[in-house]
Design a protein around this ligand. Structure first.
Ligand SMILES: O=C(O)CCC(=O)C(=O)O
Length: 204
């Protein structure tokens, strides 16, 4: 099942970015992302304790340094879209490392863990296609009966509140690469909650 608060648009169709811009974001990530691991059993993870998923990550410091346009969109245009849609004042993360990131999954079997989010609003900018044949679709609802698998196109921009919606990325089918930029927003006037083990698990 999709989260109760969910919105999708496409920023290429809106004229905010071009296909070339998306390619620049993708290439910057491929060049600068580091090897990272998701270890099951952290406070937001639904994977078995101690299990491990390998992927590559450009964290918020890397995004600000190597893809500053993405950092600026996160703080400005994308935030304004989400504010209009949800009718709430949103603030970017006060900790740049966990604000706008890019996740890079590579090769057959590459996936992202089942988890909940801790922040009230997540934005997701899609940098590469995901479909039933490619894999890499965004899955909501761990229970197979209510599972939704979202195919995505470059430029898709999703916003959702997944604090109570289990979600994951479906395993890639072939030797492809999948990149998305998750963006962490908080609600103005609400306490900023971030489980202490989450940043250690993601950023070391
Ligand atoms: O990498 C993705 O596309 C999913 C990221 C995600 O689920 C999240 O940041 O909460």
């Amino acid at each position: 099942m999709l989260p109760q608060l969910f919105f999708a648009t496409n920023v290429i169709e809106l004229g905010i970015l071009t296909n070339d811009d998306i390619q620049v974001f993708f290439d910057g990530t491929a060049e600068h992302a580091r090897d990272a691991r998701l270890i099951g059993g952290t406070s937001t993870s639904l994977e078995d304790a101690g299990s491990e998923i390998q992927y590559r990550l450009l964290d918020g410091v890397g995004v600000a340094e190597h893809i500053p346009r993405l950092q600026s969109l996160y703080e400005n245009e994308f935030r304004e879209i989400a504010q209009r849609v949800f009718g709430r004042d949103l603030i970017p993360s006060p900790n740049i490392v966990n604000g706008a990131n890019v996740n890079l999954l590579e090769g057959a079997g590459g996936r992202y863990e089942w988890h909940y989010d801790s922040n009230p609003f997540t934005g997701l900018l899609v940098l590469s296609p995901a479909s039933a044949s490619l894999g890499g679709r965004l899955l909501f609802g761990r229970d197979y009966d209510v599972q939704v698998a979202l195919s995505m196109r470059p430029g898709d921009l999703l916003f959702f509140d997944a604090r109570k919606s289990a979600h994951a990325v479906e395993a890639l089918q072939g030797a492809s690469c999948r990149a998305t930029a998750p963006m962490n927003y908080f609600a103005e006037g609400e306490r900023i909650v971030r489980p202490p083990d989450l940043d250690t698990a993601l950023y070391g």
